[in-house]
Design a protein around this ligand. Structure first.
Ligand SMILES: [Zn+2]
Length: 481
């Protein structure tokens, strides 16, 4: 998996890989003694983090003594007394911490990465050899249910600062699947060469964020090239609800998997199986849910709340009770794939709800209206919501040139979502580049433009700016009638 010159390191990595693969197998079968695994790994994690400046207030004298003691630590004490007493770590605190969460000198990491910085400063997220091995095996163990040795995978992740593209390349290597990883300029967005390679190499697997795939499809359409077809889509890094998944399947002929869930800083906390369920990686994390009713461990029973992550296999930069800001749901039923680990559904970020006139609109609601059933005559590739006062303009790209009547009919689908607001649909040739940056910005910042903030007008290039201004003027005058 890794070509290493140093024989001792090579042997150590091999041992870790074998041991971890066995643990993952046992956990999937339901035969692992998970409490014992958690207790042992938590003690190792707490010992690794004891000198991190980030956690200096998390350890009281008693805990320091327990960890420093010569004898073993009682698993019950560490899991049920020590752990629940540790403070929760806020997203902002981690972002501000820089390298103060590291337990090793920077040069001992293998690669430097950082998170996209959607909600503030990017978080340093370098990869060390041990966490790379574990994360790769965690993903590979479940993706092996889906991928075949003769598959050819396109990894289209335009985020060189973040670890995702490299990480997924390692997973495909681990499974012996050929991949290629081109890069497309965010601004020029020229996909000619990517489309040629998909065709020539018979690439049948897409790995990347959904809005990047949409961008590729639209590019093919605009340039009169055949739309690429795939067998399987491995979607990641963006909230992709059922209607969005169905839309991408219709456009590519593929079976789509929301392939993994996690972040640059936490690693991959959940991975898809062949049944399209995201399985929590409970052998590598202590996972909890928090909300106004308190914080409790995820025990596999149905529950929902904000996910809190404690890493057990990230000793180089451990996270202790890290609040992810992501709303998730634990399904609470066994998955037919046979893996006996809890199944998770992502519900999007708390900050990704658009509040208009007292209504909370979520991405899934809007996309269900747009894509649950295809609109007649024209396919809508992608969209952007522009909001000003009580008016909404839904900009869409389509595979044709829709007329006024089509736009009016389309708008009716959205009226029930936006009570007491006027909705108009406008078909455009291209959307602002913003719309393909969901991976970096999250849904709300990439697909919803609030023009009540004057500064946002600058984010609309011409001719879209004029078109939006005209649409809003029309809505204003209609509203006045
Ligand atoms: Zn499953």
């Amino acid at each position: 998996m890794l070509l290493l010159r140093d024989a001792a390191t090579r042997a150590e990595v091999g041992r870790l890989a074998d041991e971890h693969a066995t643990l993952v197998e046992e956990n999937h079968r339901g035969t692992a003694d998970l409490s014992a695994v958690h207790a042992a790994k938590l003690v190792a994690t707490l010992r690794a983090a004891v000198d991190c400046p980030l956690y200096q207030d998390s350890y009281d004298e008693k805990l320091r003594d327990v960890l420093a003691g010569p004898g073993g630590v009682d698993p019950d004490v560490v899991l049920h007394e020590v752990f629940p007493g540790l403070p929760l770590l806020a997203k902002g605190a981690l972002a501000a911490s820089g390298g103060s969460a590291f337990t090793r000198p920077l040069a001992e990491f293998l690669h430097y990465y950082e998170s996209s910085g959607t909600t503030g400063n990017p978080v340093a997220a370098p990869k060390a050899i041990d966490d790379l091995v574990v994360n790769t095996i965690n993903i590979g163990a479940l993706w092996a249910q889906i991928l075949q040795p003769d598959d050819v995978a396109l990894i289209l992740i335009n985020a060189p600062f973040a670890p995702a593209a490299y990480q997924f390349e390692k997973v495909l290597e681990y499974l012996g699947v050929m991949s290629f990883r081109p890069w497309v300029d965010n601004i020029t967005g020229n996909y000619h060469r990517v489309l040629r390679l998909i065709d020539e190499l018979h690439a049948n697997v897409f790995v990347g964020p959904p809005s990047r795939l949409l961008e590729l499809l639209q590019y093919a359409h605009r340039n009169g090239l055949p739309a690429p077809r795939f067998d399987r889509l491995f979607l990641m890094a963006e909230q992709t609800g059922p209607a969005f998944v169905r839309h991408l399947e219709r456009q590519t002929g593929a079976t789509a998997y929301v392939s993994s869930y996690g972040s640059s800083e936490t690693g991959t906390t959940a991975v898809t199986c062949a049944e399209r369920n995201l399985h929590l990686q409970t052998h590598s994390y202590l996972l909890e849910l928090t909300d106004e009713s308190g914080t409790r461990p995820i025990d596999g029973s149905p529950d929902r709340g904000e996910l809190v992550v404690t890493t057990l296999d990230l000793p180089a930069r451990p996270l202790l009770r890290y609040r992810t800001g992501d709303q998730v749901e634990i399904v609470g039923t066994d998955c037919p794939c046979g893996a006996r680990t809890p199944v998770l559904r992502t519900l999007g970020r708390g900050q990704d709800v658009v509040t208009l006139s007292g209504n909370g609109i979520r991405q899934n609601d809007l996309e269900a209206a747009l894509w649950s059933a295809p609109l007649p005559r024209y396919t809508v590739f992608n969209y952007m919501l522009v909001v000003r006062d009580r008016s909404i303009v839904l900009l869409v790209t389509t595979d044709g040139e829709p007329d006024e009547a089509w736009c009016r009919d389309a708008a009716e689908r959205f009226t029930p979502l936006f009570e007491s607001m006027t909705v108009t649909v406008r078909a455009v040739e291209t959307l602002p580049p913003l719309a393909s940056l969901g991976q970096y910005l999250g849904w709300k910042l990439s697909r919803v433009l609030d023009l009540n903030d004057e500064a946002n007008w600058a984010r609309l290039p011409e001719p879209i700016n004029t078109l939006v201004a005209e649409s809003l003027r029309q809505l204003d005058s209609e509203g006045a009638c």
